[in-house]
Ligand binder design. Structure first.
Ligand code: NAD
Ligand code: UDP
Length: 320
C-alpha cells in the first residue's frame, strides 16, 4: 500500500503528506523543486514511512521508477500554482499538467492505483456565470498570460476523463479554489502570502486594480480533508468536484482585514491589474456536500489569524 504524492515539496503536497503519514500511510513523494522548497519537506524526511524522489514527472521515465511500482493511490499535485511562477515557466507548466498527468495516469493504469488530479477554478476563466458549478464550461482566453495554466489544466482533465472512459482508471478531479495558510512561500506572489508578508514587515500592501475583484478563500486543512475524502469515497470516481469556500470577498476587503488582524502600520497601495485577472470567483459546493459529506469549516478571519501567527514565527526564526 503506497501513496504517491507528486508536488510533495509544494504548499498543498507537503500538508497532505504530513496528514497521510500521521494516519500511518506509506508515502512516496516526488518533486523537482521547481516551485517547492526543501523547507517544506524537511520535517517529513526523518519519517520512516516517507520516501522522497527528486524527479520531473513530465519525464516519461518517471513511470518506470522502482519506488512507484507499488502505488495504490496517486495524488497528482505537481504544477506551479501561482500566476507569478506559472507565467515564468509556461512550457514546464503545460508539460506537467498534460504529459505529466498522462504519465501518472499510465502509472495508475499499470499499478491499478486510484488517481486524484488537482485541477483548478482557473478552468472557469473569467466566469460569465456566478457562482460556478462544475457544469459551467468556463470562459478562458487562449491568447493571454494565464492560458498556459488554464488550458493545460483543462487538457489534464481531458486526459483523466479518457483514461477513465477507455481504461477504467478510477480517477477523480478536484477543482481547487484559492487555498492558503502557512507553507506558502513569502515570495510565492499569491495574494494571501503577499498581504500577510507585507503587513507583518510594514511594507505597502499591494492591491492590484481597485480591489473590487473577488475571490473565495479556503483554509488548507479544509482542502486537505476534501482531497482525502475524494480519494477514499467510491462516489467520487469519475467525478469533477469543486473544493473551496463559498464565502466571497473583494480583494480590497481582504487587504483591510489582514492589516487589522496583523495590527499593521502598512499603507494600502494600488497597482495595475494583471491581464485577464478574473473579476469574480466563488464555488458552488453542493456536489462536494452531497458526494463527500464535506463542507469547509475555517472562516477567513480564523484562517488569517493562524497564517499571520505562523508567518511571524518564520520571520522571527529567519532573523535569529
Ligand atoms: P506549489 O507551487 O506550492 O506546489 C507545486 C509543487 O509541484 C512544487 O513543489 C513544485 O516543485 C512541484 N512541481 C512542479 N512541476 C513539477 C514537475 N514537472 N515534476 C515534479 N514536481 C513538480 O503549488 P500548490 O499551491 O501546492 O498547488 C498544488 C496543486 O494544486 C497544483 O496542481 C495547483 O495547480 C493546484 N491548485 C492549487 C490552488 C491553491 O490555491 N493552492 C488552487 C487551484 C489549484
Ligand atoms: N492580488 C493583489 N495583490 C497581490 C497579489 C494578488 O491584489 O499582491 C490580486 C490578484 O490580482 C487577484 C487576486 O488578488 O485578483 C488573487 O490573486 P492570486 O495570484 O492569489 O490568485 P488568482 O486567483 O489570481 O490565481
Amino acid at each position: 500500500m503506497t501513496t504517491i504524492i507528486t508536488g510533495v515539496a509544494g504548499f498543498l503536497g507537503s500538508h497532505l503528506a504530513k496528514e497521510l503519514l500521521a494516519k500511518g500511510k506509506h508515502v512516496v513523494g516526488v518533486d523537482n523543486f521547481s516551485t517547492g522548497t526543501q523547507r517544506n519537506i524537511e520535517p517529513l524526511l526523518a519519517h520512516p514511512q516517507f520516501t522522497f524522489i527528486q524527479y520531473d514527472v513530465s519525464e516519461p521515465t518517471v513511470v518506470d521508477l522502482p519506488e512507484l511500482q507499488l502505488a495504490t493511490e496517486i495524488y497528482h499535485l505537481a504544477s506551479p500554482a501561482s500566476p507569478k511562477f506559472y507565467q515564468a515557466t509556461p512550457f514546464a507548466t503545460i508539460a506537467v499538467n498534460t504529459i505529466g498527468t498522462r504519465n501518472m495516469l499510465e502509472l495508475a493504469r499499470r499499478t491499478n492505483a486510484k488517481l486524484l488530479y488537482t485541477s483548478t477554478s482557473e478552468i472557469y476563466g473569467d466566469p460569465e456565470l456566478h457562482p460556478q458549478p462544475e457544469s459551467y464550461r468556463g470562459n478562458v482566453n487562449t491568447w493571454g498570460p494565464r492560458a498556459c495554466y488554464d488550458e493545460a489544466k483543462r487538457l489534464g482533465e481531458v486526459y483523466c476523463y479518457e483514461y477513465y472512459r477507455n481504461y477504467g482508471v478510477p480517477v477523480r478531479v478536484a477543482r481547487i479554489f484559492n487555498t492558503y495558510s502557512d507553507g506558502l512561500r513569502n515570495d510565492d506572489g499569491r495574494v494571501i502570502s503577499n498581504f500577510v508578508t507585507q503587513a507583518i514587515t510594514g511594507e505597502d500592501i499591494t492591491v492590484y486594480g481597485d480591489g473590487s475583484q473577488t475571490r473565495s478563500f479556503c483554509y488548507v486543512s479544509d482542502n486537505i480533508r476534501a482531497l482525502q475524502l475524494m480519494m477514499e469515497k467510491e462516489e467520487a470516481v469519475g467525478q469533477v468536484i469543486n473544493v473551496g469556500n463559498a464565502r466571497e470577498y473583494p480583494i480590497i476587503e481582504v487587504a483591510h482585514m489582514v492589516k487589522i488582524l496583523a495590527e499593521s502600520t502598512s499603507r494600502i497601495t494600488f497597482h495595475p491589474l494583471p491581464a485577464d485577472d478574473p473579476k469574480v470567483r466563488r464555488p458552488v459546493l453542493d456536489k462536494a456536500k452531497e458526494l463527500l459529506g464535506w463542507e469547509p469549516e475555517v472562516s477567513l478571519e480564523e484562517g488569517l489569524r493562524r497564517t499571520i501567527a505562523a508567518y511571524r514565527d518564520h520571520l522571527a526564526l529567519q532573523r535569529q
